[in-house]
Design a protein around this ligand. Sequence first.
Ligand code: VGL
Ligand code: ZN
Length: 180
Amino acid sequence: MKKALLIVDVQNDFCPGGALGVKEGDKVVPVINKLMKQFDLVISSQDWHPADSVHFEKWPVHCVAGTWGAQLHADLKDHKIDLKLRKGTDNEDDGYSAFEATNVALTKYLRDHEVTTIYVCGLTTDYCVKQTALDAVKQGFHTFVITDAIAAVNAQPGDDRSALHEMYAAGCILMESEEI
Ligand code: VGL
Ligand code: ZN
């Protein structure tokens, strides 16, 4: 019965100044750093797109494999991360969910490590955090979303609220970092 912190896409391109920078994206970093020590396993994901991905028909070019934009935010405590996932590596799909990682079979990895509970945080609330949390529930994990450690694209105003509703309706438990 172990719990894992799943840090979704806290990458330069999703932080202010990045190609797809979201409002206050960098504000999640100190909150996440403080949380890491409370978990048996700390796992990060990175959007890692080929330059010719079909994904860029919907989005500005971001997180191209090997670029600065794809690197984790420099202030994130890298040495505390046990496993780094890469996703969106195929040029045919979006790869929003960390469960679509192509370098590690995430569900198997978590089961092998006796993880039953996952706490999801990071970027972005309305895309990769949401898809990862929904998949975690589908795979049978107790799934928490840390609401003060996420930030949204909000292409339409209120997309963050809709995403939170969708996660809650699917069975995710929403909580603040202080409550953990
Ligand atoms: C994401 C938009 C495009 C995310 C990734 O990490 O939430 N959003 N690619
Ligand atoms: Zn992407």
